[in-house]
Design a protein. Structure first.
Length: 364
């Protein structure tokens, strides 16, 4: 049995291996939220030919990489800054803005609160309500955006709820924040998986709002967490210059920079990913509709949050039943506002998804 303190992140395969005696190579992680297609075939076929790049320092400005990103997300590359994963950029932005009191829309990724705390600030959560399927109530949030708040943090689509906010509603939030001198940080790690990408992608808003920064990366959609390549989009040139000034040089190695250029141009892989996730999201939700003792919350991203409706079964029970089959889900009891009846899993290949669905059906 798991102890209460034993909860696993999608990257904890070595710990899982030790705890359960299962070879990590035999574990399918439904917890990491990573593209099941693996890395871009174009990247696999061409990166090795560029190996000599490691004999030179990368371009300090990463111009070619930023231009590739700019073409991919349809924005001016001068508004893009790259970093060693989005975590580096979150940390730098918080150090520069030095927020004293941040409002975080949650439950969500814990790194935001941690970085704010390390920077000497305090955080409080604005809770997404289960009664509203964890969809943000814009009018209610507006009442919380007061002058004592100097940073608003949102993940869109949100992790772990998979709920999303439209660009139109984000604009309403930004207007209120502008009036109250609140800076807004939006993490769009999962936005590329969304069917509603065009309506929730907030990159176009960076042209009009200087109190906004958007974070993205390659860990999830491009299945490349080991590259540690993240980027931010911001129309506030003064802030970008300050981040660049405080940022260590060459935090992205030459091969990671080249890999980014290749991945962002692999349109066939990008389209194939979107098609797979769309089909599996729709199919899995239809399957979950037929399981009476659970409730799921309509997903926008490549994962879904599920609640067990039986009191005698917990998320730990489902985790253990799944891991014994080599399938790793995310027990969500450690997220704020969730308890031990919530778990999350991402969409993998149809065959693996069917294996997990069978475990859920047999154990709830």
């Amino acid at each position: 049995m798991l102890k209460h303190k034993d909860h696993f992140h999608g990257s904890d395969l070595e710990l899982i291996e030790k705890t359960f005696g299962i070879n990590k190579e035999d574990i399918t992680s439904f917890s990491a939220n990573v593209n099941p297609l693996g890395i871009s075939p174009k990247l696999r076929d061409t990166l090795s030919a560029r190996i000599d790049a490691i004999t030179s320092y990368p371009d300090r400005e990463y111009t070619a990489l930023r231009k590739s990103i700019g073409e991919y997300i349809d924005t001016d590359y001068s508004n893009i800054i790259v970093g060693n994963g989005s975590t580096e950029l979150i940390s730098l932005m918080i150090k520069i803005r030095s927020p004293k009191k941040a409002l975080i829309v949650g439950p969500t990724y814990s790194e935001y609160e941690r970085e704010i705390s390390l920077g000497g600030g305090r955080s409080r959560y604005y809770p997404l309500k289960e009664t509203n399927d964890f969809v943000l109530d814009i009018n209610d949030l507006k009442g919380q955006l007061t002058h004592d708040i100097d940073l608003l943090v949102m993940c869109n689509p949100n992790n772990p709820t998979s709920s999303s906010i439209t660009r139109r509603d984000i604009r309403k939030i930004l207007d209120i924040c502008k009036e109250n001198d609140i800076f807004v940080m939006i993490d769009e790690t999962y936005v590329e998986f969304a069917d509603s990408y065009t309506s929730i992608n907030c990159v176009p808003l960076t042209t009009y709002y200087n109190n906004l920064i958007i974070l993205r990366g390659v860990s999830k959609f491009f299945a490349a967490p080991g590259l540690r390549l993240g980027y931010a989009v911001c129309g506030n040139n003064d802030l970008l210059k300050e981040i660049e000034k405080k940022k260590n040089p060459w935090t992205i190695n030459s091969l990671a920079a080249i890999a980014g250029e290749i991945m962002f141009s692999d349109t066939e892989y990008i389209e194939e990913t979107c098609t797979l996730i769309h089909k599996e999201r729709e199919r899995i939700c239809n399957e979950l509709d037929n399981i009476s003792d659970i409730k799921y919350y309509p997903p926008s991203a490549n994962f879904v949050l599920v609640k067990i409706l039986r009191e005698d079964i917990t998320s730990t029970d489902i985790f253990e039943a799944a891991i014994k089959k080599g399938l790793m889900i995310r027990d969500c009891s450690t997220f704020p506002f969730l308890d031990n009846h919530f778990f999350r899993f991402c969409f993998m290949t149809p065959e693996k998804n069917d294996e997990l669905l069978e475990v859920i059906k047999k154990n709830v």
